[in-house]
Design a protein around this ligand. Sequence first.
Ligand SMILES: Nc1nc2c(ncn2[C@@H]2O[C@H](COP(=O)(O)OP(=O)(O)OP(=O)(O)O)[C@@H](O)[C@H]2O)c(=O)[nH]1
Ligand SMILES: [Mg+2]
Length: 197
Amino acid sequence: MPKSKLFKIIIIGDVAVGKSCLLLQFLEQVFVQDHDVTLGVEFGTKQLKLDGQQIKLHVWDTAGLETFRSITRSYYRGALGALLVYDISRRSTFTSLHEWVKDLERYGSQDMIIAIVGNKSDLPDREVETEEGERFARDNGFLFLECSAKTGENVDDAFITLSKAILERSNENDSESEEHDSVIEPTSDTGKKSCPC
Ligand SMILES: Nc1nc2c(ncn2[C@@H]2O[C@H](COP(=O)(O)OP(=O)(O)OP(=O)(O)O)[C@@H](O)[C@H]2O)c(=O)[nH]1
Ligand SMILES: [Mg+2]
């Protein structure tokens, strides 16, 4: 039986953009109206089957509060993907995406896959147009989608789109290392290497 792959992803973004609600909706299909500020980090896990491969998703939901930044940054390490969330009804949360990206570049791994997520798409009073979110993502080479943790619209898609992109990269890396393995077969019949010294 093929081994399941373990993907660690993080959810980051300003306070109250809906990070914890997104995770709860993804894991349990429920929505809570009250804002329970995340203190530090919270963890959730889910099994997925993507393109016939078993994926175990480890999700770290981080606090948006600046006070916890040094703790939350320590969770960037080893993450293969990030959902970088803003609230479509609060422009300030979109403007600060630049800062979050800088943070990821500084503390995350270089090949981390980033998905920009415009949450609260159910709200009528929008301050950020879809095209602006799309443009920001495109200009930076990130994935993009809008969703609502309240109605559940596109929430699974956000996690699945990111996981699929990670899976593609992971499969590419696997086949590259297989190719590499086949290239480094010993060429002499003794298999001995000469010492350059
Ligand atoms: N209308 C609407 N409200 C939402 C949505 N998602 C979250 N909320 C509300 O936004 C508030 C903040 O949600 P949280 O998920 O706690 O936000 P957070 O990003 O985890 O916040 P921190 O943990 O403090 O960083 C709550 O009152 C939620 O009910 C959504 O999609 N639509
Ligand atoms: Mg939270």
